[in-house]
Design a protein around this ligand. Sequence first.
Ligand code: IPM
Ligand code: MN
Length: 373
Amino acid sequence: MTVGSLLILPGDGIGPEVMDEVCRIIEWFEKKLKIQLDTKFDLVGGSAYDKYGTPLADTTLKIANEVDAILLGAVGGPKYDNLEFSLKPERGLLKLRKELDLYSNLRPAQCFDALSDYSSLKPNIISGLDIMIVRELSSGSYFGEPRGIEINKKSGERYAINTTYYSESEIERVAISAFEIAKKRNKKVCSMEKANVMEVGVLWREVVQKIKDKNYPEIELSHMYADAGAMQLVRWPKQFDVIVTDNLFGDLLSDCAAMLTGSLGMLPSASLGNKNANGKLKAMYEPVHGSAPDISGKGLANPIACILSFSMALKYTFDLKKEAELLDKSVERVLSKGIRTADLLQKENQKPSSTKEVCDEILVELNQQLKEG
Ligand code: IPM
Ligand code: MN
């Protein structure tokens, strides 16, 4: 049965190589479970610039608007460092987020048991960790106007401006998204901003509290300044269940939370928007890691973050929760067998598995679970 359509945008750097492995997982689901996905491929970021002269072609954006979900690898690389700002690979990704109005970015930070001594923090601080960062993704400092680099006419000195803008409705919708997620988890939300310094933070705090008071009596809501939140994330991360925060703070806090779990190569994400014509939420799935140009093309990249991003697509877009669990479980089993890419190696004499070998093992475990029934 065809469960829906998926646009695959491998992007740059390690994006294409981790996406190759996801494609083998998709084939497995088609062959073994008869779950048919209507997949399309296109370019984004530097690879799109090389071919189309722009990091996101209009034709690609059109397809992105029509499919049920997008799976993106990574964008960026030193080759594009000197391009004009509007042509940089990252602009392609940001345009997708903005045009599809993907305002709620879910970044789970979960610690797999097998990796509890890989974190730079002590095992008892991170073992069993399971938090969800909900990052606002379509507004704030990333998109606010005015912005730019200008010249002061009097002094001749250059200056730069970015604007942190949030409307009430933008705060409301991401808060609702966080509360709905918390309802299905441990019913705790911590909202992070800088209300002590920024008006945006004052409004953010007020609006999040208002939504909670009105519609979510069962949720325990707390507020924290984002700098204190960063400190608490490394001090005692298990105090958190769901964290909701703005675009820029969310970028920083989610890298920090990801690294608590041992490696950035493990963490998936889902970016969700409003419902489209077919009643599904607009959605893009991508690993939290970047394009890692230093290791690209060497078979060293960890494919797990991208594979788990596909698992999130199964769960959130295609409503295939059991199948997503099957995939998550296979990843967990591979890790507990001690199979690891280089980013997760601890002992000097341990030989890392390649990107492809890790995926081979995940496929072995998928087959094994089918046998077990
Ligand atoms: C992320 C990335 C992006 C961001 C970059 C690549 C534009 O760091 O998804 O966290 O800053 O949002
Ligand atoms: Mn980031």
